[in-house]
Design a protein around this ligand. Structure first.
Ligand code: B12
Ligand code: SF4
Length: 480
């Protein structure tokens, strides 16, 4: 069978290629399984505006779409185009978003024939084995579907016990500049804004060092010099981490540059930090999240602000680019804008004063109540209304209001802090409106050419007097 796997692109700056130089690892794993079964597989990163061209060229039997929350609108449009093109094509969607919203998704639309709930490798394999027999599909665990207008869930799918039993990702199917590798799945922490614990059913699995090294060697032999290790939390136990470092050295892989993300508590160890330097880890993503202890507690973080300060003192002595994840508000019941301001300013002061060898980067993110998280459930319990425009579930929009917390107030404080503390530095999302509009236009030239010149003119006039934030919100709601 011909299978087309799609990773919807949600970066309006460059819909032909994602803003981030990575591709969906979930799809690469599923593709490897399908190819092993003898199917013909294609993978596309694409914006819906280009999809009709793609589907008419490939003419697939199955369209599989991956979907995080911000990709949902795109995923739906891609499935709509598929069904309009040929309703016999089977559509299946998977990923973190549909895993936690399968019921409301199937209630809302008929364009997805099947939803893969949770980890996909075994479900997809059994699905492909039985794809021509609907009765059999209904017995495959891990699927949600509609049967005579009734929404049916086929039952919980067990996690893959041995991650090394999954073939290496089918990277040959797509171009990318930085390869991603996954050495473990899951996390021991329980951050309340994150879906990892519930997605992986509170389990953590690690791959065999030998298999990881083989995969890295393969990437090195294909000419890659940089690798992004996209584990949810790379250093969960030190023994495995030191084994990994030994494996890298023994295989002569210290020339490869690595990027990782890890919990700051696991990084709070000089041996760990110097080993990371020795194996050539250049960039580390670290969840700092908050500087206010009440916020930290509500967010499920198990350390306090004193720890954060000590962490900065320790890490600044090392030669890394540190990408700090930070959430400006916490959703905590009594939270007020005054505290949020204090949170941001404390963090910015910490960053501004952190000299040393390390270089720090950040984005000041607004809390997002992703489906499947504790925060989402708590907001529902507290009667906080959430705007379900999924394309706004990014880092720069606020989709709810409580106390005096709302988008206008948050954006004002964030912009104020950026101007005060980092007037010359570009943070993620801090792009001048003119640059932003130019890049929107250039990267969407096909799309604009389809519109009449007058629409382009109106577009520019309409946004000339507006802030970058307003422009971005409009575009996300309308086109993403
Ligand atoms: C690496 C990573 C990134 C990278 C690269 C993303 C990429 N395209 O690879 C970067 C840094 C760019 C990134 C950015 C963001 N990310 Co991110 N990211 C991850 C991370 C840590 C790993 C992704 C991965 O490789 N997973 C491993 C693969 C194997 O799993 P998978 O993709 O889920 O696929 C499996 C199943 O879901 C299922 N499946 C998936 N698709 C399909 C399709 C079909 C047809 C089927 C049958 C099955 C199926 O089967 C697959 C195999 O088991 C995940 C956490 C995670 N564990 O997934 C967060 C995660 C996906 N990110 C998240 C978020 C929120 C973001 C941002 C929005 C953050 C922000 N606020 O800016 C941005 C969005 C960027 C953008 N514009 O797209 C959230 C998404 C939550 C949600 N509900 O949407 C996650 C889950 C993290 C979290 N802790 O909650 N991210
Ligand atoms: S440390 Fe990261 S992956 Fe683990 S629960 Fe927290 S946010 Fe999620």
């Amino acid at each position: 069978m011909k299978i087309l796997l799609v990773n919807p692109i949600v970066d309006f700056f460059s819909p032909k290629e994602s803003l981030f130089p990575y591709t969906s690892m979930g799809l690469l794993y599923l593709a490897a399984i399908a190819e092993k079964m003898g199917h013909e597989v294609k993978i596309k990163n694409c914006h819906y505006s280009n999809f009709k061209k793609i589907i008419s060229k490939i003419k697939p039997d199955i369209v599989g779409i991956t979907c995080y929350t911000i990709q949902y609108n795109q995923a739906k449009k891609i499935a709509e185009i598929t069904k309009k093109y040929d309703k016999r094509i089977i559509t299946i969607v998977g990923g973190h978003h549909p895993t936690f919203t399968w019921h409301r998704t199937l209630e809302e639309t008929d364009v997805f024939d099947y939803i893969c709930v949770g980890e996909g490798e075994n479900t997809f394999k059994e699905f492909l084995e039985n794809v021509s027999d609907r009765e059999k599909i209904k017995k495959i665990k891990g699927l949600a579907l509609k049967e005579n207008e009734e929404i049916v869930f086929t039952g919980e799918r067990e996690l893959v016990l041995d991650l090394d039993s999954i073939p290496f990702p089918a990277r040959h199917l797509i171009n990318f500049s930085v390869p991603v590798i996954i050495t473990s799945r899951g996390c021991f922490n329980n951050c309340k804004f994150c879906t990892i614990r519930s997605f992986y059913k509170n389990k953590h699995r690690r791959r065999n060092i030998g298999s990881i090294i083989d995969e890295i060697l393969l990437l090195k032999n294909n000419g890659y010099k940089k690798i992004f290790i996209a584990d949810d939390n790379f250093i969960t136990d030190k023994e495995s981490f030191f084994n990994f470092c030994d494996g890298i050295k023994k295989a002569g892989l210290d020339g490869i540059e690595f990027e990782v993300a890890s919990d700051p508590k696991s990084l709070f160890d000089d041996d760990v930090l110097s080993s990371l330097e020795k194996i050539n880890v250049r960039k580390i993503g670290v969840g700092i999240q908050s500087t206010i202890d009440e916020f930290r507690e509500y967010l499920g973080l198990t350390s306090d602000y004193d720890f954060v300060k000590n962490f900065f003192e320790k890490i600044k002595k090392h030669n890394f680019d540190i990408w700090c994840f930070f959430i400006v508000n916490s959703g905590y019941r009594d939270e007020k804008m005054e505290q949020i301001k204090e949170n941001i300013y404390k963090f910015c002061r910490l960053l501004a004063s952190s000299g040393g060898k390390a270089r720090f980067f950040t984005g000041l993110n607004i809390l997002i109540p992703f489906p499947g998280t504790f925060i989402e459930k708590d907001f529902i319990k507290r009667g906080i209304k959430m705007d379900l425009s999924w394309s706004l579930y990014r880092f720069d929009f606020c989709t709810y209001e409580y106390n005096d917390v709302n988008e206008k107030n948050l954006v004002e404080i964030i912009n104020g802090a950026q101007k005060k503390f980092f007037p010359f530095k570009k943070m993620l999302g801090d792009i001048k409106t003119t640059d932003f509009m130019r890049s929107v236009f250039l990267s969407n030239i096909d799309f604009f050419v389809k519109l009449k010149i007058i629409s382009i003119f109106i577009f520019f006039v309409y946004f000339a007097g507006r802030s970058k934030h307003q422009t971005m919100r409009f575009i996300c709601e309308k086109y993403l």
